[in-house]
Design a protein around this ligand. Sequence first.
Ligand code: C5P
Length: 482
Amino acid sequence: MASLTIRKLDEGVKTYLRLRSAKNRRSVEEEVRVILGELIEGREEPLTPFAAPPATSTASPSQRIGAVPVASITLIIGGGIAAYKSLDLIRRLKERRIEVRCVLTKAAQQFVTPLAVSALSHERIYTDLFDPQSEFDAGHIRLARDCDLVVVAPATADLMAKLANGHADDLASAILLATNRKILLAPAMNPLMWNNAATRRNVAQLQRDGVMLIGPNSGEMAEAGEAGVGRMSEAIEIATAAERLLRPPVPRPLAGKRVLITAGPTHEPIDPVRYIANRSSGKQGFAIAAAAQAAGAEVILVSGPVDLGDPQGVTVKHVESARQMLEQVQAALPADIAIFAAAVADWRVANEGEQKLKKTSAGMPPLQLVENPDILATISKLADKRPPLVIGFAAETEHLIDNAKSKLARKGCDWIVANDVSPATGVMGGDRNTVHLISKNAENNAEITVDSWPVMTKEQVAIELVAHIVKSVTGKSLEPAS
Ligand code: C5P
């Protein structure tokens, strides 16, 4: 089987993967696995990083049927009375779309049957280091490595002692020694065993070795009249801890920042039924709104008439004309970052008809045009409420960079995202975009940088732009998880 090194992927793909995986609370590898799974299943879902996160424990059984596992765990069940709780643990993990392969120690089989474990995990179970069926291709190495996490529940004093001291005389201990994945132990034992000096030494050693522990909790023991620290954590606690290790917290680098975005065309009325418009679809502005929201920002999107659903978690103000757009933009201030992606009509009709204009023999009605307010320039030149970072767009059909540079100076914004919208590019209304980011140096405004990006989808452009914003606002880069 070929292996894939995320680091070696193209920058655009990496950026796309890291934001999509962050959004979906998965590691980059998990995300790649899900994407491949979706492709194999022939799902038509667009590869958007802004899709809703995968179904978790709230998903109904029917929603889960056929769901692609997002991670896999090798679960070692040790021999203790708490082993019965591992059955519930399997269920809880599977609810979270985590694939579970179970290994039972010899002692564990005294408490739970291989049949019950296999029925719950929907997988064959593993018990023997020298099982000819699985060991012909080094099965214990596969169980140790072909997973994202190894969980031991219950982790008995004996299993912990073996791991702390590097024993490998049965399948469970061989896996624990051979794995290069994180290990999570859920200890369960009598309080006296837990407090025994040998166990204390082993726990300290395991913690030094980077092994993670959940619990044990304090409470009543199975042995009548005994209580203390030693009860295995509840299945739901272990599942949550495992999930946290598999899906690290989503980076929210723009948390606490307010981002104002304009998108779409404007419609400038001629009379009650006619208007002047342009071909803007609003896709780029909407993608930026979704990417900024995914990065943790509070997003206000002021949109002209478009055929798109409101992005999740974004406050959307729908407007028609340039003047309404300006009004909503002003009402949304103050903001930390303002991005003007709308294709605002430069002119409107001065003599807008109150009634539908009629065809007459006198010829065509005279349409007088007056200039619309320039929203980008107005906000860039505000004395008091100017957002610290103002970004405009320059859609050009010729002399792209030169026109964009002079627009940057004329409008007074900080960055311009310039794109070629000649009909041959298919950018207007299309899904892909080729852009150049033209930015003023924050310290020296006379210094202009031009950063040309390869052709990307509008979602990728949005992700890349948000990554640049994060860098500029927080000084931090969004690095891929692997
Ligand atoms: O002058 P031009 O229309 O090419 O400038 C494009 C940039 O200015 C875009 O960011 C657009 O959203 C913004 N703009 C605006 N109000 C206008 C015209 C353009 O905000 N009336």
